[in-house]
Design a binder for this molecule. Sequence first.
Ligand code: NDP
Length: 328
Amino acid sequence: MKKALITGIFGQDGSYLCEILANKGYEVHGIIKDPLSHNSQKIKNYLNFLGVSPHVHSVDLNSYEELKQVIIDIHPDEIYHLAAFHMSAEDNQLSKSIGEKYLFDYNVKSTSNLLCICYEHIRHVKFVAAGSCLMFDASDSLYQNEKTPFKSRSLYGLAKISENMLLTYYRNKGLHASTAILFNHESSRRSDNFVTKKIVKSLVAISKGEINSFTLGDLEVKKDWGWARDYAYGMYLIAQGIEPKDYVLSSGKGHTIRYFADIVSNQIGLVDWQKYVLIDENILTRRSYTVLLGDSSLARDELNWQHSMTLEQLVHAMVENELSGVLI
Ligand code: NDP
C-alpha cells in the first residue's frame, strides 16, 4: 500500500486530494496546524461523514526536528505540500495580524525544512509543492506558462518563487520534486474570505433576506478560475510523472468578478444584484495590474490533465452547495 503525506490536508485542495488518494487505496497522512480554523474543521467533519479518515499529525512545519521525526515514522512515497499562510485580496485582518513578513518567513522555511528532510532521509519520495499564479503577478506576458519568467510584486508571490528555487535546487540533486503552478480554483470548500465564496454566500443570504449588502472590490478584474478537485487531481498526476517537472494548472479563460456574480444571481433569481454591493476602496487599491491567464498546454499534453467542469457548472455547484450545506 502506498503512503501519501499531505500538508494542509483539511484545506480545500488537501481534502480533495485526500479523497482521491484514499479512493486509490493509499494510506493517507496529513499534517495540520492545531487548532484547525473553522473552515478546515468543517471540511474535516465532512470527510469523516464520507468515511474518509486520514492519519493526522499536528506538527509545526517550521520545527525541523519535530517534522523530521514525523516524516521518518510515516516514510511516505509521496508528499504534497499544500499548507501555506496566504491572504485573499479581501483579507485586511489577516494581513494586519500575521503580517506579510511572517507569511514569507514561515512559508519558505516550511518548504526548506520539508525538502531537506526528504533529501536527507527519504530520497525515493515524490514531492509536489503548490505554487501560485501570483509568481507572475508582475509579468508582462499575455499568457503565463512554465517558460514565463517569474516576476512578482507580492511577498506571497516572492515566497512561492523562493520555494520554487529551493525545489529546483533539490531536484538538481536528484529529488523527484515538482511545483504545480496553480491558477485560481474554487469550490464550496473555499473559505469565506475568498471572493467567489463571498459572492455566493452573500447573494444567497440577500435572496433569503438575511443581509442587505456586502462589499467587493473591482468588478471588472478578470480571473482564471477552475474547479479545485481538478487541480488536486493534477497534483496527483504530477507526482506520477517519470521525470519531476513544474506544470501550470489553469483554465486559460478569463472571466470578470461581475460575470461570476451574474451567474450566481441568475441561478437564484436575484434581480439587479449590483444594488446590494458596496465598493471597498481597500480592495480596489490592492488590485493586480497583470491579467493572470495560464497556459496549461504542457499539463494537458504530457499528463492528459483535463477540466471536468465549466465555470458555469462550477458556480451552479457552489450555489447548490450553499443552499443545501453540502461540501461537494
Ligand atoms: P486552504 O486555505 O483551503 O488550505 C490550506 C490548508 O493549510 C488549511 O487547512 C490550513 O489550515 C492549512 N495550514 C495553514 N498553515 C498551516 C501550517 N503551518 N501547518 C499545517 N497546516 C497549515 O488553501 P487551498 O487548499 O485553496 O490552497 C492549497 C495551496 O495551493 C496553498 O499553498 C495555496 O497557497 C496554493 N494556491 C491555491 C490557489 C487557489 O486558488 N485555491 C491558487 C494558487 C495557489 P487552517 O485552515 O486550519 O489554518
